[in-house]
Design a protein around this ligand. Structure first.
Ligand code: AMP
Length: 121
């Protein structure tokens, strides 16, 4: 699947629509999910144009890959859900139709602030 510039996260990255921002650096943007499924539900997206994790793993630079993984940890610390403060959370990414992905720009969901429960319902 080729990258579709009209997806909602591309519009957020271009600042065409607003988001409830948590963190931003050269590699990632993080914001609160508009329809939270848990007490804390954040999204972390790479700034590059990647459809999903497979696209990212195949085509992103090493710098971008490190930037995204580090970005997840930075956001977890900012939200006080990381193991550094004795908490925990779930980081999850849906991949394509079978994985339940709706927005075709790679994003990690961070769920926390409470017990997250079963991995697959
Ligand atoms: P997925 O099903 O993994 O593609 O997840 C897409 C997520 O994006 C869902 O949890 C939506 O609630 C969330 N979402 C969609 N539009 C927005 C938006 N404008 N701002 C924040 N989150 C959004």
């Amino acid at each position: 699947m080729s990258y579709d510039d009209s997806n909602i996260f591309a519009k957020i990255l271009r600042k065409e629509i607003p988001c409830n921002k948590i963190y931003e650096d050269d590699f990632v943007l993080s914001f609160h999910d508009i329809n939270p499924q848990k007490k804390i539900h954040a999204l972390v997206i790479p700034k590059g144009k990647y459809v999903d994790l497979d696209d990212f793993s195949s085509n992103a630079t090493s710098e971008e890959i490190v930037g995204l993984i580090k970005g997840i940890n930075i956001v977890a610390k900012k939200l006080c859900i990381s193991t550094e403060v004795g908490k925990g959370y779930r980081a999850l990414t849906n991949i394509s139709d079978d994985g339940g992905q709706e927005v075709p720009h790679l994003h990690f969901h961070l769920f926390g602030g409470e017990k997250i429960g079963k991995m697959v319902e």
